[in-house]
Structures are given as structure tokens and as C-alpha cells.
Design a protein around this ligand. Sequence first.
Ligand code: PMP
Length: 408
Amino acid sequence: PAEAVPQAPEDPLFGLMRAYRADESPDKVDLGIGAYRDNTAKPWVLPVVKKADEILRNDPELNHEYLPIAGLASFTTKACELILGGASPAISEKRVTSVQTISGTGAVHLGALFLARFYKIHGANRTVYLSNPTWANHNQIFTNVGIPIATYPYFDKQTKGLDFEGMKKTLADAPERSIILLHACAHNPTGVDPTPEQWREIAGLMRAKKHFPFFDCAYQGFASGDLERDAAAIHYFVEQGFELVIAQSFAKNFGLYGERAGCFHFVASPSSDASEITTRVASQLAILQRSEISNPPIYGARIASTVLNDKALFAEWQENLRTMSGRIIDMRKALRARLEELGTPGTWNHITDQIGMFSFTGLSEAQVMKLREEFHVYMTKNGRISMAGLNTRNVDYFAKAVDKVVRE
Ligand code: PMP
């Protein structure tokens, strides 16, 4: 039967990584993958993660037993407080349930699976609206569970900022009770986020249309260096009483990429039976989780839990977050300054206006390919660069290369 299986294309991002590794030029620059690099272009193990690791390894009681289906409670409890704010009424009113997942991807998947099973209208799945563009995996994850996909405009090519009018119009025209996927902060791939005022308008519009918010939060604390600020949109929607779900990743903000630490949260609207609804939802999530992964991986959750449950380590983590976000913000400033000094045609304010791991440069696919072939600079075809790939040694080289291809 396998004779009928067609060859699938290689994942574009992982293909890009392979091409970078094969390039022997000493000048090569990797601006593809969304992982933090220090100023020497090396992966960075957060000092606080090293400490937590040390504590765990010195614990003679530590074993390798299974976690419960919903994961490590000391981790999910703190993950929930982190994303909603410890004083959130959703927590005190027991209308939130949390399940540990295979990082953010697993959380988006579990949420999609849950919605495919339980959020039908007249037996049909609701449509999920994804931003155009979005993290490419969103398309595959929702398609895999049979949820139809539509898109809302997001990026304005002219301003290289938010296409707010386009976004609002599509959300207003969408059928009532659609699922709207929102990036909580540091939108991937554009780096463009709504302002607090725009978030309020989006919430108002979504309330009027009874839309369902699905927040994907992969960069809390990594974007601005401030955990509260990066969760502000979620806090606002919860305050407004939405029933919503959140996919939370600890890959970037703890540098725990390969450990797959993440969490899925369901928040019920305030009502007299909210906590019973939440209990029922938790029971169904447990069934879905059991058949998918049985129980989640333990190590990354232990690391994060150790930090989240200790005041001193938590403070040190915040310091580490400021180191990462600060270096990225410095690189944004440096790149913009170099391009403006060179008088590179075009405007470059978007480099510093955008936030988080990525910048949507506005470079065309032809320019991206030229950068790869002539300058050994690797970035995705849509003109997205991972800011973490820039450092004080290569930012000049990159700016000059951009200047050349823009002028050609
Ligand atoms: N959502 C978005 C928007 C992302 O950028 C990422 C990371 N690339 C994820 C989810 C999930 O990543 P992970 O599964 O590694 O946590």
C-alpha cells in the first residue's frame, strides 16, 4: 500500500538550516532558525537553567517515573499564574484548567483537537482565522484535526506595520463564533504587535461577534524582557470575561527548545457554573492527552518548575530574560543605524518598531536569494530574519550585504 505514498516536500525552515550547515564560507550568517544565540553566535544555556539543573541532579530522590496525564502540577500551577497573573480571578474562581504539553506546538495541537471535538456548530467545525502571515505550522496543525482555515490580513507591506483596518474588517465579516488565533506577543513571523488600544478594539469586536480567542504565546518575557507586559493582551481578554484558550511555550523564554516544556490552558467565562464547566473540560482534555501522548515529558517541566517556584531563581530568570531581549533590542538598533548610515534606499524604522525574535525586513524573495548566494546569509524566503542571529561581529557585514542587494 505504501507505493501510493507521494514524496512530501522538505520543511522549508529545516531545509534552510541544512543549507546553512553545508556552507563552508567563514562569513556565513544564520538568520533562519528561531532560537536565541549569544553575541558569539552560540546557543545560550540560561545561567538560571544551569542552576536548576544542578539542584535536580543533586537530588537523591529524583527518579524517572511517569508524570500524571495532566503533567507536573507544580509546573502547570505556576505556568498558569505566570500567564494569567497570580491574582487573576479566573484562578481564584477555579475556572481555569491547565495541561502540560509537548511545548507550544503540542499545546496548539491539543487545543485544536479539543475544539475540533467540542466546538461544533450544527455538527460542523467552526473555522479558525489565522493571521496572514502566521507561523507556518498553524496551518498544518489545524488542518490535521479537520478545522477549516481562513486568514485575516495582518501585515501592511507599505508601512511594514499592522494592517489594522484589514484585520478588523475580516474579523467583523467572519461568521459569528469563529475561532480567532492571536499571537499574544512578538508575532511570528512579522514582529508586529497591536498596541494596547488596538487590542481593546480587537476584543470589543470579537465580543460583538462572539468569536473565540485562541492565544498562542511563545515569547512571554523574551519579547520585551517584562513578563507582565508580554502577557498584557491575554490579561485584558480574561478581564473582559472571554472564554478562551492559551498555548504556552517555554522553549524561548527558558532556552529549553529540545526539552519540549509547554502548557495548554482553558479559561471559562465567569458564571455560576464556570467551575463545573472547567472540571468537565479538564476531564475531556485528559482523555485526549491520554490517547495522544499518555503523559508529557518530565525534564523540562522540572527545570521550569524549580525556577518558577523559587523566589531567588525567579528573579534571576527575569535577569536572564532581560539579557536576551536586551541583546536583541540592541541588534535592532545597530542594524537600523547601519542601514540609515549607508543610506540604503527605503525606510528602516520598522526594524526597531518590531519586537521579539523576528523582523520582517520587507526584502523580496529575489533579494533573499541573492543574499544567500552572494553573501552566505541565510533567511526565509519571506524576508524574515531571526534577530538573534545578528551580533556585533556580523551586523556590519549583514547591513552592507542588504545595502548591496537593495541597490541592485
Ligand atoms: N507558536 C509560535 C507563534 C511560535 O513561534 C513557536 C515557536 N517557533 C511555537 C508556537 C511553538 O514552538 P515550540 O513547540 O518549540 O514551543
